[in-house]
Design a protein around this ligand. Structure first.
Ligand SMILES: [Zn+2]
Length: 400
């Protein structure tokens, strides 16, 4: 049986203990001590890390009345000196109480239950039983921070079951054996919990909601608390400073600048499109004028070097606006060959796909589409002429 020092002295960083047992399992060592400061994890809080006689503790688990410290190396001696990774443990204590404050406020204000919580790295995630909208979430966040600033003492109590049933925001599990450990923050929260917490709300520092999403009929809310919240705000600060410098404005002007840049991009795109169509029109007219006659249709084929996908699409549109035309267009650039095959969509008895598939096969590419419009990419640009010729032959056979 291991005495749980982490409950009696949650702020102790080092301890002395006696080795009770040490055994090897799959290359790892399982060590039990008569007492420990290492929290084995539970209630959403991860286990502690640190060292035992200088040997790294990689995981801690609870088995019955024993707490097992798992290491990669064996430990010398019977007298053990344990040292916690205190920075990490303190962050877990801040995060765990921060979660209680937020969940307590969400319950008090909106009667929304927390079905599950988990601390993972800098994130605390909370799953609620019913959806919480953003205004409810921000209200709970604000209320949780008010509780932080009041610096309320955190009480660990073991009340009678009838009191727990009356006051707790959440009932202990059915199989819980009394006495049940309650974490109480006067006026804010009263909940059964096996975790390790800071001893006053002020030590949480800050509770900040980061994001929320729909999750299994409720909401999953991500929070940062304490030092993890400070790290997040510091990273936001650096990002915002970069944006201010790039956009040449203060942080409160960033959104206006983005809106103005988006509208500039929009108008430049329209101008670019108009110019592209203007210079492609004479080419389209000349190609249509020189088209090969294929039954009741005109057949237009063209390979355009150093061209973009957009240029080919515009040329395709200019050509297929004519109802009696079938076309095969290819554009070459350093990325490969972009091909389009099609006709006006009113031509119900034309299907360009067999010809298009042949081109894709020859060019070693990918693509697809409908009977009147197919597009794709190929890699073997040296095979363009062959691909176009083959496609033309297929079209000539299919279209009478
Ligand atoms: Zn808890």
């Amino acid at each position: 049986m291991t005495a749980k020092l982490f409950y009696d002295t949650p702020y102790a960083k080092e301890f002395d203990a006696q080795l009770l047992s040490q055994s090897e399992h799959d290359g790892k060592f399982h060590i039990t001590l008569d007492r420990t400061l290492f929290y084995p994890g539970g209630g959403g809080q991860p286990c502690d890390n640190g060292t035992l006689n200088g040997v790294e503790v990689i995981e801690v688990i609870e088995r019955g009345e024993d707490i097992i410290h798992i290491t990669n190396e064996s430990i010398e001696g019977k007298n053990i000196h344990g040292v916690l990774n205190w920075e990490k443990r303190f962050e877990h204590m801040q995060q765990h109480l921060g979660e209680h404050l937020f969940a307590g406020c969400l319950w008090n204000l909106h009667h929304i239950h927390t079905a599950r919580m988990r601390i993972e790295g800098d994130n605390v995630s909370i799953d609620t039983d019913i959806p919480a909208d953003i205004s409810m979430i921000l209200e709970a966040e604000s209320s949780a921070n008010e509780a932080v600033w009041k610096n309320i003492p955190v009480e660990v109590i073991f009340p009678a079951m009838n009191e727990i049933k009356e006051l707790a925001r959440k009932l202990p599990p059915e199989n819980a054996i009394p006495p049940v450990r309650i974490i109480k923050v006067e006026g804010v929260d009263y909940v059964p919990c096996c975790g390790v917490h800071v001893s006053s709300t002020g030590e949480v520092g800050l509770v900040k909601v980061i994001s929320c999403e729909n999750h299994r009929g409720g909401s999953r809310i991500y929070l940062r608390c304490g030092r993890a919240a400070y790290r997040w705000i510091t990273s936001l600060y650096h990002e915002v400073r970069k944006a201010e410098s790039e956009l040449v404005c203060g942080y409160d002007g960033i959104n206006d600048k983005i809106a103005s840049l988006k509208s500039q991009i929009h108008s430049l795109k329209s101008q670019n499109e108009a110019l592209t169509i203007r210079y492609l029109k004479p080419l389209a007219e000349s190609l249509l004028g020189n088209a090969e006659i294929c039954g009741q249709y005109r057949l237009v084929t063209h390979v355009m070097p150093n061209s973009s996908q957009d240029e080919i699409k515009h040329l395709f549109k200019l050509i297929t606006d004519n109802k009696d035309v079938i076309t095969i267009l290819a554009g070459e650039n350093e990325e490969g060959v972009f091909i389009m095959a099609g006709c006006n969509k009113e031509n119900k008895n034309v299907d360009v796909r067999p010809a298009f598939r042949k081109m894709i096969e020859i060019l070693g590419g990918k693509g697809g589409g409908s009977p009147f419009s197919a597009q794709g990419w190929g890699k073997n640009s040296e095979a363009i002429s062959e691909a176009v010729n083959e496609a033309v032959n297929i079209l000539k056979n299919n279209v009478k």
